[in-house]
Design a protein around this ligand. Sequence first.
Ligand SMILES: C[S@@+](CC[C@H](N)C(=O)[O-])C[C@H]1O[C@@H](n2cnc3c(N)ncnc32)[C@H](O)[C@@H]1O
Length: 220
Amino acid sequence: MPHLRRFIATRCPELTDWLAGAVDAGSGSSEPVGGHARALVWEIADLLVYQRFPEAYDALAELRWDADQLADVCELEGRTIIDAGAGSGWLSEDLARSGRVVFAVEPVGRLREYIRQRADRAALGNLFVLDGLLHRIPLPASSADVLVTSRAIGWQLADELVEIERVVRPGGWAIHSVGTPDDSPRTELDERLEASGYAPSRYRDAGGWRRRYARRFDGG
Ligand SMILES: C[S@@+](CC[C@H](N)C(=O)[O-])C[C@H]1O[C@@H](n2cnc3c(N)ncnc32)[C@H](O)[C@@H]1O
């Protein structure tokens, strides 16, 4: 942890006070710190890869799947689709081949740039890249027919679910491919999605069957 603290303070001095406060607040806790430290290291590692080596992230093909695999849930042809937490944009590109318009929403600047380059390379004039978070999507209410996330939901789940219901039009769909192996124990995210009206199903990538959740919003 001291290494991490020094690293963060050096790279981002404005976080020094916040970090000191967080460490003080946690020092009286009886919870083992190991799990938290490991989770933090992974978060930092992910951010470094996203910011510095997007092409390396994009090459991690084992977690990819195909937009065709959404065809059993809802129609994509001619639809306005949001891919939230779009990462390197492989799914956004795939969706743009059938959708009318695709908005790739992604908070990391370097990844947004990567998706724009990807759209240019593929000459996809219907793929637009937006800076945003899943709980703050910079689009008007009821503007999407379909919202998709791929391993990108659950940072602030309650707010995210409200925001998704705002941007998806009545009669539209939200589909979350959470990435968890289908035969693994259920997580809190699984429970909460089901409690929020999402029906479980599964999709296949190179690693096997994984869980996904879909909900159609009333109306339309
Ligand atoms: C595990 S990656 C998945 C990327 C892509 N959907 C895929 O399947 O390869 C998670 C992505 O969500 C983005 N992200 C992080 N926090 C987010 C938030 N609060 N709202 C939306 N996206 C977020 C990350 O920058 C990253 O691109």
